[in-house]
Design a protein around this ligand. Structure first.
Ligand code: IPD
Ligand code: CA
Ligand code: CA
Length: 267
């Protein structure tokens, strides 16, 4: 794909993410239909409406592309030269209770041997009107409203004692048990730890240098894909909790995104 095509793709990703976020924002204060689709896992009518808004736009532009979306939709093709990995609302529990921390996360990815390489990605926070966007090899930016996009860069914090970390509790009981000893150590050693309830947005904030690292023991590809490119293009690093490359797994994967300078002890 040449630079012009990549720029075009980045624009489509960004515009779609923003229009989807605006739809989620419009629906936010209206009564919600909420159902439980799994253990500690909610879906609302807004998740479904937002996903449909996104996939209709993408399918109209790129009919041969494939999809990996959080909310099930058997009408979507799975394969294609580009796979769109979509989390229509990341932070559904927050959203369902009108806690104003959530985002839309979209990544256009090339399928690679062990998973996906995002080449254009965006995360949009409609409550703050903040758009995080990136294209492979071209850096990442943050645009507030109609302001000028500014380049993103991860923080320069090297010592864990100064680090502001973030994490979230996964829905899985095992993952919750496993993260507790890590939290005990990190709480003792770090400056502080936040849990904002939207993994994708927290990782975008790593790319922006607001957090120094983010940890989650069980995320799905749609939580990670867009944030991965943002962090990579902002000078940060992504790995699993053993420090090895991410192992893509639709059932759940551990993930640490950081400024690439911190050496966190995770045991
Ligand atoms: C969840 C959020 C949460 C994380 C969960 C995710 P959803 O995504 O990102 O922060 O802890 O593991 O499943 O369900 O709100 O899209
Ligand atoms: Ca999610
Ligand atoms: Ca979601």
């Amino acid at each position: 794909m040449d630079v012009v095509e990549l720029n075009q793709l980045r624009m489509v990703v960004a515009e779609t993410t923003v229009s989807a976020g605006k739809l989620a924002r419009e629906m936010w204060s209206q009564p919600r239909q909420i159902s439980q689709k799994g253990f500690r896992d909610l879906v609302t009518d807004a998740d479904i409406a937002t996903q449909q808004h996104i996939t209709e736009k993408i399918q109209a532009l790129y009919p041969d592309h494939g999809f990996l979306t959080e909310e099930e939709d058997s009408t979507l093709p799975e394969d294609g030269p580009i796979i769109w990995i979509i989390d229509p609302i990341d932070g559904t529990t927050n959203y369902s209770r009108q806690v104003p921390e959530f985002c839309v996360s979209i990544a256009a990815c090339q399928p690679v041997a062990n998973g996906y390489q995002p080449i254009a990605a965006a995360i949009y926070d409609p409550m703050r009107d903040e758009l995080f966007s990136a294209a492979k090899g071209q850096g990442a930016t943050l645009q507030n409203g109609t302001g000028t996009p500014r380049p993103l860069q991860v923080s320069t914090v090297e010592n864990t004692t100064e680090a502001v970390l973030a994490l979230d509790w996964s829905s899985s009981a095992d993952a919750r048990r496993s993260i507790l000893p890590m939290v005990t150590d990190l709480m003792r050693d770090s400056f502080t730890i936040r849990a904002i309830g939207t993994a994708a947005l927290a990782m975008a904030w790593v790319a922006a240098g607001r957090f120094d690292a983010y940890l989650n023991l069980r995320l799905r590809p749609w939580d990670i894909a867009a944030a991965l490119l943002l962090v990579q293009e902002s000078g940060g690093a992504a790995a699993d909790t053993n420090g090895a490359p991410l192992v893509w797994d639709v059932k759940g994967m551990s993930c640490v995104m950081s400024n690439g300078r911190l050496a966190l002890k995770l045991e």
